[in-house]
Design a protein around this ligand. Sequence first.
Ligand code: FAD
Ligand code: SIN
Length: 523
Amino acid sequence: MSKQVKTDFLIIGSGIAGLTYALKVAAKGKVILITKSDKDESNTKYAQGGIAAVMYSPDSYEKHIQDTLICGDGLCDEEVVRMVITESTARVEELAAWGAQFDRKPDGAYELAKEGGHSEKRILHHKDNTGFEIERALLEEVHKHPSITIYDHHFAIDIITQHHLGVEVNSRTPDIKCYGAYVLNTSTGEVDTVLSKITLMATGGAGHVYATTTNPVIATGDGIAMVYRAKGRVENMEFMQFHPTSLYNPGEHPSFLITEAMRGHGGILKTQDGKEFMHKYDSRKSLAPRDIVARAIDNEMKIRGEDFVYLDCTHLDAEDLKSHFPNIYEKCLSIDIDITKQMIPVVPAAHYLCGGIKVDMKGRSSIERLYAVGECSCTGLHGANRLASNSLLEAVVYAHTASEDSLKVVDTIQHQEGIPDWNAEGTDAPEEMVLIVQSLREVQQIMSNYVGIVRSDLRLKRAMDRLEILWLENEALYKKITVSQKVCELRNIINVAYIIIKHAKERKESVGLHYTADYPAKN
Ligand code: FAD
Ligand code: SIN
């Protein structure tokens, strides 16, 4: 890339959201897709269970809609839920047409799995590594397209708005516009100015705000922080979903996920003395929605003073288990656990952010010319709690609606003139990386200890007080040192942690994923 480039579409992120959107807009113009790590590195690549879609009777759109609404605990936008679910069949068939292989039965029909909160079997999957397969198929398709150029190891620092032209912008400014982004080439250290007619934020989640997470290291909430700094609307950030079952393997970071589909397959949660406990919390037992299961595990661990519970699959057919979950079988074997004979130690981990950049039904953010799709967005589908395997679905449906809208308006937009290049004046190379590394650990500890599965006013206040010190220190550091991916990610993590705590403090009730001991009831 040269110092200043112009493109019709700038896409930030190469997971399912960014790649799907790229394929859909490429016929209409030049697409630059930047991604901060390797091309395929994303949350998408690690998705295990699969993608939820209504395929055959006795399942129906209405059943999937009701399951999604129940899981969202009253905070879903029903119109959005209806739109996403009724699009599910078409969008999944499109993925299959692009080459994604979903497991089929001998008669050719899709082999559908069941996960927590689903009343029917409706999860299309590829063994236990569905995301890897989807990412592979989409990247292959994107590589065939002459209008799409992917720049890997390019990190978006900030989106460009009127603010960069010297115009004051605040959260009440009605017409904030996105003109592109400042992008750091992490191989050369150069910062490029990418001017775009339309920008798509597809930067994924923010699991690394917490100390224990299933998310790969790219998940630092960059897009959400960028939009928040640009005064765009960000919502529902208190709803961080903790997956009930990540592999308890001290020292491994990120945590390896043990898919919920294993419980759908018959796996049972047990305490360390081998006793079942989920019947005490919910009639759906091990297959209750995630918030309930994660809270139950958290509670059992705290009462018993233990670091993990078990997922027991030893009663299931061994060959069947190995063939459905080959990666989990291999992974556990690598740490001397044979899942056909031994129970798997598991612990909850930060997994999915339900909140994010507020978008309308066309994927438009509150900032003009800026769309957001995938985990970084907040569409209204998930409400207070996401139904398992609805996120890959949401990403493909919104990539579709956002692309339709983008294609309608792109020709009416001109590139903005007069945007200054990145100003690196007065900064020096960092002398002490320990400042960044240590601050990151501190934020993650604060969030895990005080803003985790169970919250309280006191814990949230303590978290905010501690975070403020780290924020001040990091802002001073950010202004002083040469821009780098690490310092930007820390800045973003601190920004996102701040929004999560702020939104959690504002919600004086317990609903879905947000549980506070001071307001245990739902309003
Ligand atoms: P991602 O796939 O995370 O992609 C984000 C992209 O943005 C990456 O390429 C990243 O490098 C890039 N990026 C981020 N910041 C920047 C920046 N500043 N500059 C440039 N590039 C940037 N959901 C399901 O529906 N079903 C499942 O079975 C399932 N299993 C899961 C298992 C695991 C272990 C995890 C972690 C998640 C799982 N999820 C599942 C959730 C789902 O995978 C994600 O919600 C979804 O893949 C998000 O897609 P995305 O395209 O929005 O973001
Ligand atoms: C899983 O496989 O348990 C993850 C599914 C999801 O996060 O939707």
